[in-house]
Ligand binder design. Structure first.
Ligand SMILES: *[C@@H]1O[C@H](CO)[C@@H](O)[C@H](O)[C@H]1NC(C)=O
Ligand SMILES: *[C@@H]1O[C@H](CO)[C@@H](O)[C@H](O)[C@H]1NC(C)=O
Ligand SMILES: *[C@@H]1O[C@H](CO)[C@@H](O)[C@H](O)[C@H]1NC(C)=O
Ligand SMILES: *[C@@H]1O[C@H](CO)[C@@H](O)[C@H](O)[C@H]1NC(C)=O
Ligand SMILES: *[C@@H]1O[C@H](CO)[C@@H](O)[C@H](O)[C@H]1NC(C)=O
Ligand SMILES: *[C@@H]1O[C@H](CO)[C@@H](O)[C@H](O)[C@H]1NC(C)=O
Length: 477
């Protein structure tokens, strides 16, 4: 009892003293843009930004907001040329499964205590819901907005996807984002259109400004909900695939080769034998999630050298490494523990426009062979739910125990340019398509046989499309 009372007093001082001195001494180390990511089922990575480098980024945490008695630190305070912030990363280990932890990082104000919930342990068959967005840019004066210079993409007062998710945190356990963040590489397009003042010289700063704004807007979600990412083409470099003839050569060091993406996130590839934030996997309850990259590191990858997008990025591992890893990862899944397998990468190959055929050639045979249940993607700025399909042939069972994976493309989260036009007629496998409403996906895994996908309108919060996939499970698989 005595020891505990002493600790309370001590912690009280520990929190208040730095909080007071911070305001007068050093604003450069004040944390912002908190985000969290699973690190295995018993770990969580806490990341945040500061304007100055930290010698020893530190997280205090505990099971109540008043008992942040545990502490973890790292020496990871990284940056890259042109970045205006340092990105700090600390891994918390040996956490209890499915418990709420409270945390506060180095130099926080006393009011900056956040909370996260650890993953359900693998094999836990309780229902869970995961949210998914893709192609989500910053909103406001640097991105998606209602304005009079550019065809308005938002209605006046319309609630954005970020805002809707921020106020409905109780509806999902974590957030998946397979590619295209912030749209910082849109600075040039926005300037050429007169939405932002044209000045090539300050372009690199505007690029970083858009990034900073986006991750600040996202904090109300990502400080609380693990944010699990796959890379997209807009992370490659600063020139958005050759805007109006400008090439990658206008991008300074720091704004090529996925540099920002590499520094900002710490996905759990170290505990799943993957590579960086590019390919990795983790379990949550009865689901195995596998993230892969559609941008580099496979034959004909679109953002690789000669990939046709002028990006000349990567590779991030020896030739063949990604596909070999996917195969060994899928082969080693124990379907009695995690019956569901979900794969996520940025570019789709079953979609009404911008199909990635080289992606299909690389990934589809593996997903078919290992009975992946659901494939999630973005890239096309619309919502598309397809019939389960394999090798270009629709599964005759539809959603009622298909053998083929269910393909869901949802790049409708919203960015500067709004939504895409879809080619018509739509391919015959498209069972629902919407390119007029911004929205996100909620996937609920009810039990080992049923998963419901809902497409939610960000503006209204209403479910615009709902479909339930049924999979018969017979073990051993
Ligand atoms: C905490 O308080 C400071 C000082 O009043 C304020 O500037 C800051 O925005 C607050 N932070 C949060 C996360 O509420
Ligand atoms: C985050 O949420 C707080 C509290 O609801 C709100 O005041 C703040 O404006 C939000 N931040 C952003 C960047 O939207
Ligand atoms: C991109 O970065 C990776 C390692 O991070 C490196 O191996 C590769 O050569 C780089 N590619 C280019 C085009 O600079
Ligand atoms: C599916 O169709 C696409 C486009 O016609 C083609 O490139 C691809 O080879 C086909 N794949 C299979 C497995 O038939
Ligand atoms: C998208 O959904 C809204 C709301 O259900 C509907 O009014 C609209 O027609 C749909 N758009 C398309 C292209 O299907
Ligand atoms: C699984 O969940 C679905 C949807 O909630 C439900 O209809 C079904 O009965 C459940 N199956 C079992 C075995 O409980």
């Amino acid at each position: 009892m005595f020891g505990r009372a002493l600790s309370v007093v001590f912690i009280g001082f520990a929190v208040i003293i730095p909080a007071l001195s911070l305001q007068t001494i050093n604003d450069n180390v004040r944390p912002s843009q908190h985000h969290t990511a699973f690190h295995g089922t018993s770990g969580m990575t806490i990341s945040w930004s500061t304007h100055a480098k930290l010698d020893k980024p530190t997280v205090n945490y505990g099971l109540t907001p008043y008992t942040l008695w545990q502490q973890a630190s790292s020496s990871e305070s990284v940056t890259y040329p042109t970045s205006t912030t340092y990105l700090n990363h600390v891994i918390l280990k040996d956490l209890l499964p499915y418990r709420t932890y409270y945390y506060s990082v180095s130099n926080s104000f006393a009011n900056q205590t956040y909370q996260f919930k650890t993953a359900r342990i693998e094999g836990d068959r309780s229902s869970h819901t995961v949210a998914m967005v893709a192609d989500m840019g910053t909103f406001g004066s640097l991105g998606l907005s209602f304005n009079d210079k550019y065809p308005p993409a938002l209605a006046p007062g319309e609630i954005t996807t970020i805002q809707r998710l921020s106020t409905t945190l109780d509806q999902f356990d974590f957030l998946l984002h397979p590619g295209d963040f912030a749209y910082s590489d849109y600075w040039l397009k926005e300037e050429l259109l007169g939405y932002l003042p044209f000045d090539l010289a300050t372009g690199p700063q505007v690029y970083e400004q858009i990034n900073e704004e986006f991750y600040t807007q996202l904090e109300n979600i990502t400080a609380f909900k693990p944010y699990m990412v796959s890379v997209g083409n807009h992370e490659a470099n600063c020139d958005n695939g050759g805007t109006k003839g400008y090439t990658e050569s206008i991008c300074p060091v720091g704004q090529t080769n996925f540099t920002g993406y590499i520094n900002r996130f710490r996905m759990p590839s170290d505990v799943s034998k993957g590579v960086g934030n590019f390919w990795y996997s983790y379990d949550y309850g009865m689901v195995h999630y596998l993230h892969y990259t559609t941008e580099t590191d496979f034959p004909g990858a679109p953002d690789a050298f000669g990939g046709g997008q002028g990006d000349d990025a990567g590779p991030f591992a020896p030739t063949g490494a990604q596909l070999a890893w996917i195969e060994q990862d899928l082969r080693s899944v124990n379907r009695e523990i995690t019956p569901w397998v979900v794969a996520l990468g940025h570019r789709p190959w079953y979609v009404a426009s911008s199909l990635c055929y080289t992606c299909q050639a690389a990934f589809e045979p593996l997903f078919n062979e290992y009975n992946v249940d659901v494939v999630l993607s973005g890239h096309v700025h619309a919502m598309e739910r397809n019939a389960p399909i394999a090798k270009n042939v629709t599964d005759e069972n539809g959603l009622n125990n298909p053998k083929a994976p269910l393909y869901l493309t949802n790049g409708a989260a919203g960015h500067f340019e709004g939504l895409d036009t879809l080619n018509s007629p739509l391919p015959s496998y498209v069972t629902y398509a919407n390119n007029t409403k911004f929205g996100y996906s909620l996937l609920t895994f009810h039990n080992i046989t049923h998963m419901t996908h809902n497409f939610i309108s960000s503006a209204s919060g209403q479910v615009l499309d709902s479909a339930t996939l049924y999979k018969e499970r017979s073990f051993p698989y």
